[in-house]
Write a protein that binds this ligand. Structure first.
Ligand code: NAP
Length: 491
């Protein structure tokens, strides 16, 4: 793999590389460049130099390149699905859905070419106007996570580029190959030299340098809250606009009048899709006491039937890396130390052959979890969840809101009063009622509290990449009268 800087593919300037492991086997699947600060400088310089030309090209011409990239992806999508399975450990249906998401997002954002509008506002006196233009911001640094390594790249590149910005993309060190494949499609589609630059390397080594660079106007990052907080502190130097999509701790609420089969289907998706490694993953299960026994019995039965192992034939793949597996185990051992009741799972599965060293963990559920425990307060980001019973609506809403995160939430009920009350009272960016996720391109993906700042998707997400410029014009043709300037001075 190579870096893409100013239209040229090259190794890192210092020739250093990093290893990438296959999560299903634990074996090295390849190496990728570890970019230096000099590489970062060159990439940001190239993005800045190509900014004016890309902006002047116009949004319709830019959209043609995005449409072309989409078509190229459609044509060879199987390759991308294959990379996603090898690099991330996704099962085939998850890889297919993610590529569907990439295609959908490129289409959706390219359609904005003719929808970027401004305003003409009356001035304070006659024959004066204020033209409010939406203009590109400048150089965008896009930092993407490993859990949806293709969809997140698409969700950042397409809106940044259609709005006339130039980009330096740095993907997660756990998923560089997926990002490289997509970048190559953009290059093949005709994105001009320097407009899209691609660098790889550890965020802990080059991240601070990239985000605080004086030529950067926007930093869009999807990742953990701790990285987001660090970026907030490092960008005081350049005052870059921040789009931060961070952690989640979604409550999944099953009320006494819910359709339990629908709730279970959606829960299995919300919790175990992508092995629980999703920002909108169910992370807390609250079930009404009247249906708790029935629902939990159905759930445990379903979990015991889930197949884990070879991602090609399983219901759930491995965790992304060894450290994620160890964090998952830590949540389980801490809950056990606290005396929390384990209802299903709770260990690594016994696998043989090439998958015995993969980062697999059983789907796990705990019962009677206390509200202040780590299981209910910290993001697990793995196939482990705690549950508790609730008995009244106010308790349900209070417990759901008791989180430092505020991204997704789920409610299953047929009580219309509760639907409207909860939708109003639950302080989360996304409330899914009687349905699973994920979010749609036309929805605004955003969160409250430590889930971050700004958002992605919809016209609101597009606007995050634009600056609103105000041009004041006097076309009266008459002499100006300015009270604080004495007329005698004007000869
Ligand atoms: P992460 O460790 O925070 O990494 C995210 C990205 O930031 C990676 O590209 C990473 O590069 C880079 N990075 C790390 N340190 C940096 C620094 N000091 N400065 C600049 N960039 C830095 O997150 P992750 O583990 O990849 O992703 C999991 C997290 O993402 C979870 O918390 C999840 O909830 C969240 N997530 C949120 C959403 C959402 O829409 N809200 C969606 C998906 C995931 P390296 O890989 O090289 O460290």
């Amino acid at each position: 793999m190579k870096l893409l800087i100013d239209g040229q593919w090259s190794d890192a300037e210092n020739n250093e590389t990093l290893n990438k492991y296959n999560p299903a086997t634990g074996k090295i699947m390849g190496t990728f460049p570890s970019a230096s600060r000099k590489d970062v400088d060159r990439a940001i310089d190239a993005a800045e130099e190509s900014f004016e030309k890309w902006g002047e090209m116009g949004s319709v011409a830019r959209s043609k390149i995005i449409y072309r990239a989409k078509e190229l992806i459609v044509k060879s999508r199987k390759e991308l699905e294959e990379i996603l399975m090898n690099e991330n450990g996704k099962i085939p249906v998850e890889a297919r859905q993610e590529v569907d998401g990439v295609i959908d997002q490129l289409q959706y954002y390219a359609e904005f070419a003719r929808k970027i509008t401004g305003d003409i506002v009356e001035g304070d006196t006659s024959f004066r106007k204020i033209f409010q233009y939406k203009v590109p911001s400048g150089v965008v640094v896009a930092l993407t996570p490993w859990n949806f390594p293709a969809a997140m790249v698409a969700r950042k590149l397409a809106p940044a580029l259609i709005t006339g910005n130039t980009v330096v993309l740095k993907p997660s060190s756990d998923t560089p190959f997926t990002a490289e494949w997509i970048v190559k499609k953009f290059v093949e589609a005709g994105v001009p030299r320097g407009t899209l630059n691609f660098i790889t390397g550890k965020g802990s080594e080059i991240g601070d340098y990239i985000v605080s660079h004086k030529k950067v106007s926007v930093v869009t990052m999807t990742g953990s809250t701790s990285t987001g907080q660090r970026i907030v502190s490092k960008t005081s130097a350049n005052m870059a606009k921040l789009i931060l999509e961070l952690g989640g701790k979604a409550p999944f609420m099953v009320w006494k009048d819910a359709d339990l089969k629908n709730a279970l289907r959606s829960f299995l998706w919300a919790k175990f899709w992508n092995t629980g490694q999703s920002c909108i993953a169910a992370e807390r299960l609250y079930v009404h006491e009247q249906v708790s026994e029935k629902f939990m019995t159905m759930l445990v039965k379903a979990l015991k039937g889930m197949k884990i192992g070879n991602p090609l034939t399983s219901d759930m793949g491995p965790l992304i890396n060894k450290s994620a597996l160890e964090i998952t185990e830590k949540f389980v051992s801490e809950a056990e130390t606290r005396g929390t009741k384990i209802l299903s799972g709770g260990k690594r599965p016994q696998l043989s052959g090439e998958f015995q060293n993969g980062y697999f963990y059983e789907p796990t559920v705990f019962g009677d979890v206390e509200q202040d425990s780590d299981l209910f307060q910290e993001e697990v980001f793995g196939p482990v969840i705690g549950s508790a019973t609730v008995s009244d609506e106010d308790e349900l809403i209070a417990k759901a809101n008791d989180s430092k995160y505020g991204l997704a939430s789920y409610l299953f009920t047929s009580d219309h009063n509760l639907i409207f009350k909860a939708s109003e009272k639950i302080r989360f960016g996304e409330v899914y009622i009687n349905m699973p996720g994920p979010e749609s391109s036309q929805g605004y993906h955003t969160g409250f509290r430590l889930t971050g700042q700004a958002g992605e998707g919809s016209k609101y997400g597009i606007e995050e990449y634009l600056k609103l410029k105000n041009v004041y014009v006097d076309y009266s043709g008459s002499q100006l009268r300015i009270e604080t300037v004495r007329e005698e001075l004007i000869q």
